[in-house]
Design a protein. Structure first.
Length: 75
């Protein structure tokens, strides 16, 4: 199972930014996180496994029903 990671910044002027920057995989209690970078072997495995049917959750923990469409938007 993979879960997207989100960075949230709240600024003094009241503005807020949110950025999805990576994903994590939980296996036997071990969490591996990685950034979206083509050179990263964990990232390449993530894309391959999600396209093959591995579960992907958004940053809020909701299962993404069309994860392959999301993967198509990534570098």
């Amino acid at each position: 199972m993979y879960k997207l990671l989100k960075e949230v910044n709240n600024f003094a002027d009241g503005t807020k930014t949110e950025k999805v920057y990576g994903a994590s995989k939980e296996e036997n209690g071990v969490i591996t996180s990685f950034i979206f970078n083509k050179a990263n072997t964990d990232y390449r495995a993530f894309k391959k496994e999600v396209l093959a049917g591995a579960e992907l959750q958004d940053a809020d923990g909701n299962v993404m029903t069309d994860a392959s469409a999301y993967i198509g938007t990534l570098p």
